[in-house]
Design a protein around this ligand. Structure first.
Ligand SMILES: *[C@@H]1O[C@H](CO)[C@@H](O)[C@H](O)[C@H]1NC(C)=O
Length: 258
């Protein structure tokens, strides 16, 4: 009797989690942080778009904060001529000693490759940039961008393929004490984003639009295993910058690179 009651509750709890995923929507889970007139949420809340024009960009954040978890979002990056635009998609605890995990998508001229820049801040200290090209055009459809943040390691994944791994160690600090909110914004970064700032935004193509859907959070332990061999493939073929090998900047290899 008691046992079956427990099982019933177990099943009920699973159903609640499943329902929460299905029901996840942008009205419920997010709030607009910048330029409400430039944030479009589809009726029903299943899709959101951020717009950037010459008057401003726009942004949103999650209502909840997360301490560890596997966080997925499908994003379609700004199509066409997106040179000079930056789509930032990140977890942050904010404040001076913030922990932060960044995806920054640097736009480009039509047909030229986007760059995905990732960075990791622990207690306010970042400077861990890596840059990758992608193995597909991220502007023609939606692709899944994920943070996999457990007590032991952090993965950044694109369509389930790891592009970055940061392991917990006693040799350097690890983000584990501060819950982080999920943020995204689309803004003018044309002083640095495209070919180092050489290519400016062409406002004739405004508004620039980034689209979001299928936000999903599960415990890191519930996410599928990560295929580390794919990380080697990504770094061999698509990495364009790594702070770990930037000798002028870091004459001694940073401890988190070992
Ligand atoms: C944009 O395209 C140019 C030319 O292919 C390339 O050198 C650059 O890395 C690309 N990405 C960015 C963000 O500048």
């Amino acid at each position: 009797m008691e046992r079956s009651a427990t099982m019933t509750w177990g099943v009920a709890a699973l159903l609640v989690i499943a329902a929460a995923n299905v029901a996840a929507n942008f009205y419920q889970d997010f709030e607009i942080t910048w330029s409400p007139s430039k944030v479009k949420i589809a009726p029903g809340g299943e899709q959101l778009q951020l717009l950037l024009d010459s008057s401003s960009g726009s942004g949103f954040k999650s209502k909840r904060d997360y301490l560890f978890g596997s966080i997925d979002m499908d994003i379609q990056l700004v199509p066409g001529n997106s040179a000079g635009t930056v789509t930032a998609y990140y977890l942050s605890s904010l404040g001076a000693n913030h922990d932060e995990l960044d995806f920054e998508f640097l736009g480009n001229e039509t047909g030229q490759p986007y760059i995905v820049q990732t960075n990791i801040f622990v207690s306010g200290v970042g400077g861990r940039e890596q840059r990758h090209y992608l193995w597909f055009d991220p502007t023609v459809g939606f692709h899944k961008y994920s943070f996999r943040w457990s007590t032991q390691d952090i993965f950044f994944l694109v369509d389930g393929v790891p592009i970055r791994h940061f392991k917990k160690s006693t040799a350097y600090p690890y983000p584990e004490r501060q819950p982080m909110g999920l943020y995204s914004s689309l803004w003018n970064g044309d002083d640095w984003a495209t070919r180092g700032g050489l290519v400016k935004i062409d406002w004739r193509y405004a508004p620039f639009v980034a689209s979001y859907r299928n936000f999903r959070v599960v415990p890191a332990s519930a996410a599928p295993p990560v295929d580390l061999s794919k990380l080697a493939w990504v770094n061999r073929n698509y990495m364009v910058y790594n702070y770990c090998t930037d000798r002028p900047r870091y004459p001694t290899t940073p401890p988190d690179c070992m």
